[in-house]
Design a protein around this ligand. Structure first.
Ligand code: PXL
Length: 275
């Protein structure tokens, strides 16, 4: 039976509707068995004023060794926020040892947004994530991350030529499919640019003001779930864009809910969409 199991490696922020608490419910709702490695446990994500951070780096190789002994394999590994450089090397080992033949490597280089690196990351981390991207089949950077990965100056206003230039730079070190999020070409809109084998396709959608935290994690999780359900990369990218947009629309009127995306009540619609 072709029953797919995927592994997601990212932090577990106990409160914050990001990373693991987004990936696990969303990919499961897509009908795919979802295994996890929590790379760290935080009280909340790092955009809160204070938070605890328990690093679990040393658990990662131990977990992998047991899986190897038990012959546990995955159809895909999807990585998001990783706490440090050491984790990136362990992730590479897991991708090399624990994927089935033809298993997919999906990397969300979750490290920055709005022109800024997330708290605690530096250029060494960017270089480690770049090396991880090099080995991936799919990468899902936002504009800030694509700029960091290609040493391009970040801009808030740009045109199609800028996006095409970013894709060209990304393809200097990456042969797989790029799904570039937040790629806005028309005023008042945003979108996603998908680059496969040097062909770039754009999907534009509504831009909702007052965006909230964690949208990248919702996007990457839906993309991964839809892709594993057999959608093409472009279809998966558009399904993820529509779902994320619906979630932002649903969340943004609630000004107290700045820290995450209220995606849970909309999961039913996503399941329908994937039927
Ligand atoms: O959503 C990205 C993310 C994931 N995990 C942690 C974060 C962030 C963004 O700030 O802090 C711990």
């Amino acid at each position: 039976m072709d029953y797919k199991r995927i592994l997601t490696i990212q932090d577990a922020s106990c409160v914050g509707q990001c990373s693991m608490t987004v990936a696990l419910p969303i990919i499961s709702a897509c009908g795919i068995e979802t295994a996890v490695i929590p790379s760290a446990v935080l009280s909340t994500h790092t955009a809160f004023d204070s938070f605890t951070f328990c690093d679990l780096t040393e658990e990662i190789p131990k977990i992998k060794d047991v899986w190897n002994k038990e012959n546990i394999k995955f159809s895909a590994v999807y990585t998001g926020y990783l706490g440090n450089k050491a984790q990136v090397s362990y992730v590479k080992e897991i991708m090399n040892e624990c994927l089935t033949d033809g298993g997919l490597r999906i990397v969300d280089p979750a490290m920055a947004d709005g022109g800024k690196l997330y708290y605690g990351f530096d250029n060494n981390y960017v270089q480690a994530i770049k090396a991880l991207c090099r080995e991936a089949d799919y990468i899902l950077p936002n504009i800030t991350e694509a700029c960091l990965l290609t040493d391009t100056e970040y801009k808030t206003e740009y045109d199609r030529e800028f996006i095409e230039g970013l894709m060209k730079e990304l393809r200097k070190f990456f042969n797989g499919t790029v799904i570039l999020t937040g790629a806005a070409l028309t005023e008042g809109k945003t979108g996603v640019a998908v680059c496969e084998k040097d062909e770039i396709r754009f999907y534009e959608h509504e831009k909702i003001s007052g965006g909230c935290h964690g949208t990248g994690d919702v996007y990457a999780s839906v993309f991964t779930g839809a892709l594993m359900r057999g959608k093409t990369p472009f279809e998966a990218a558009t399904i993820a864009a529509d779902f994320t947009c619906d979630c932002i629309k649903y969340t943004s009127p609630d000004k107290e809910h700045w820290y995450g995306v209220k995606f849970e009540p909309l999961l039913g619609g996503l399941i329908e969409r994937l039927k």
